[in-house]
Design a protein around this ligand. Structure first.
Ligand code: FAD
Length: 287
């Protein structure tokens, strides 16, 4: 299927991209194109114009600054997966990027496009919610930073408004003693997450002193699992304790579970705890 006709503008700077967005109402930003082009071809959207930001070097790269990481919005999944800085300071994010789609998707798809598209089956949003990331946004009113927990607002809906451009993702570097992991039940064809779980456990003397757990693919937004986190805090990281904590995820899911032809809502609810347990075991092992 062919995309509907659209105008095309290539921005040479973030500032120019902003001007182009304002002078072309309804226009869409084009980054790696691996979500937007399929959307156009399926005629799910028909923007009058695309603003191509794909060559803006100022939006690329990974920087470590003291205790935090700053990831340019155009950093590709392959660059995230291969980054020694990310493997060291945010290994769950590098793991998640390494299991996205296939090499073609990872070489073109960007972290900015991935989170802006906000597909509940995406991998990176789940990790970014677990790790307490924030999103730097340039808009008509200036720049602002939105925490991940407020950024994802519904199925394919985010805090980005008309004229907004996501410039970077910032997240804290892994503190000493913290183990991180991302595991997913991948759709066998697309590799999208049917269920994805990110866990970060800080362990001291065999006890969990802090826990952050998020699940994706289950409800329309990536979700923190406070019942699981609460069951872990202060307790041992032995296998039976991790399994008992994982079982608590049912209490965090609510009634809005996603179901589709591949995996029903009932199935997702039934196996969610299995994937949470696997993530907890891997994070505890890494701690
Ligand atoms: C076959 C296939 C398999 C895939 N498998 C997976 C998978 O397993 N896991 C997974 O997570 N993803 C998967 N994806 C999606 C992939 O990760 C996409 O690359 C990604 O979701 C979108 O990034 P992009 O750079 O291609 O964005 P684009 O397609 O260019 O843009 C996507 C949306 O984000 C907006 N946008 C882009 N950049 C910005 C920005 N800086 N600021 C504001 N808005 C912006 C665009 O306007 C558009 O609405 C798959 C895609 C394909 C085609």
């Amino acid at each position: 299927m062919f995309a509907p006709q659209f105008g095309y503008h290539r921005a040479s700077s973030v500032a120019e991209a902003g001007e182009l967005l304002r002078s072309n109402p309804g226009a869409k930003l084009l980054a790696g194109g691996h979500s937007l082009i399929p959307v156009l071809k399926l005629r799910l959207a028909a923007p009058p114009a695309l603003i191509d930001i794909g060559r803006l070097a100022e939006l690329r790269g990974i920087a470590v600054d003291g205790g935090s990481l700053r990831l340019g919005a155009l950093t590709t999944h392959a660059e995230l997966a291969a980054s020694p800085e990310l493997q060291r300071h945010a290994p769950a994010l590098a793991q998640a990027a390494s299991v996205i789609g296939d090499p073609a998707v990872r070489n073109r798809g960007t972290i900015g496009g991935n989170v802006a598209h906000a597909d509940p089956a995406s991998d990176l949003p789940t990790v970014l919610v677990a790790l307490g990331a924030a999103f730097e946004i340039a808009g008509a009113g200036g720049e602002r930073t939105v925490p991940a927990a407020e950024f994802f607002q519904g199925m394919m809906a985010t805090a980005l408004g008309d004229g907004d451009l996501l410039t970077a993702v910032v997240l804290p570097a892994r503190p000493p003693g913290q183990g991180q992991a991302y595991v997913k039940f991948a759709h066998p064809a697309s590799r999208y997450a049917v269920i994805g779980v990110a866990a970060a456990l800080t362990v001291s003397d065999g006890a969990c002193t802090a826990a952050a757990v998020a699940v994706g693919g289950l409800v329309p937004v990536p979700l923190r699992a406070p019942s699981v986190e609460g069951a872990l805090a202060g307790g041992p990281v032995a296998a039976d304790a991790l399994a008992a904590a994982a079982d608590r995820v049912a209490a965090d899911l609510g009634d809005d579970l996603i179901g589709d032809v591949f995996a029903s809502a009932e199935y997702r609810r039934a196996v969610a705890a299995v994937w949470v347990r696997r993530a907890l075991e891997a994070a505890a092992q890494a701690a």
